[in-house]
Design a protein around this ligand. Structure first.
Ligand code: HEC
Length: 247
């Protein structure tokens, strides 16, 4: 009985947590075999995200090796912090400073795709909108009152939540993927198709970054299994040894 209750609780808690968050209006299918997309995503991440976010389980060298980017290109195009190719990816801004400036430290994003999922990351980056009441001038549909500024606005431009005739924010569709509608009120460098591709590339890259960590966990699980097998074998032999004289 206790056990069922415990399992029910375990299942329930993430549900509660996700219900408390905002909507996730967009869907994105990651494709880790699209190397060109992953390369573009890596470049965009280094340019627009690594100022604030670290990827503490990922090294530049590893990205280069996995994504087929030659060392010199990694050094000249991805290494923004003046570090070495063997380094893990650290945010250029010290976390305490960022916490002071934005009111919240930007989290490490190594495991973000595992914690939030691709739809969430993609939707978050698509859903910044103008909001005068916020210190950063923007808000986000997915993470309400987020401390993150609209760092991709130079590419996307600025959008406003579309209002219906009564002045209320419009909701499109129904259910979890109910898409709020946005109006682009100031153009960025990219058109909407280009921006969607860029956000897809960044999301794809973060899904890839979450994968190697998963591989480490798999191989640990595998070692534990081997250990248990050997241990069981030993226990069995011991048992036979002990009981030999009894029979
Ligand atoms: C100027 C600093 C800054 C930059 C640059 C920045 N972020 Fe953020 N980011 C933040 C802060 C601060 C938070 C915490 C927001 C909060 O919890 O309200 C955050 C939160 C996030 C989250 C949500 C984490 C979570 O699960 O709660 C994601 C995902 C994210 N950032 C992705 C990105 C990506 C991708 C880029 C590059 C396109 C980027 N960020 C660039 C400051 C930044």
């Amino acid at each position: 009985m206790m056990r069922q209750l415990f399992i029910a609780l375990l299942l329930f808690v993430p549900l509660m947590a996700s219900a408390a968050e905002g909507t996730v209006p967009f869907h994105f299918d990651p494709n880790l075999s699209n190397e060109a997309s992953l390369q573009r995503g890596a470049k965009l991440f280094m340019n627009y995200c690594s100022g604030c976010h670290s990827l503490q389980y990922m090294r530049y060298q590893r990205i280069g090796d996995d994504l087929g980017i030659p060392d010199d290109v990694v050094e000249n195009n991805l290494l923004m912090t003046g570090g070495k190719i063997g380094d893990t990816i650290q945010a250029s801004m010290p976390a305490e400073k960022a916490a002071e400036w934005f009111g919240k430290a930007p989290p490490d994003l190594s495991l973000e795709s595992r914690a939030r999922g691709a739809d969430w990351i993609y939707s978050f980056l698509m859903s910044f909108y103008l909001d005068d009441s916020r210190p950063s001038g923007v808000n986000n549909v997915v993470l309400a009152n987020t401390a993150m500024p609209a760092v991709l606005a130079p590419l996307q431009g600025f959008q406003a939540l579309k209002k219906d005739e009564g002045g209320h924010a419009e909701e499109g569709g129904e259910g979890e993927h109910a898409a709020p509608r946005f109006d682009l009120v100031q153009k960025g460098q990219m058109n909407s198709a280009e921006y969607e591709r860029a956000v897809g590339d960044i999301t794809n890259f973060l899904v890839y970054v979450g994968e190697p960590a998963q591989l480490v966990r798999y191989s640990l699980g595998f070692k534990v299994l081997i250990f248990l097998l050997i241990f069981t074998g030993l226990a069995y032999m011991l048992k036979r040894e002990f009981w030999r004289d009894v029979h």
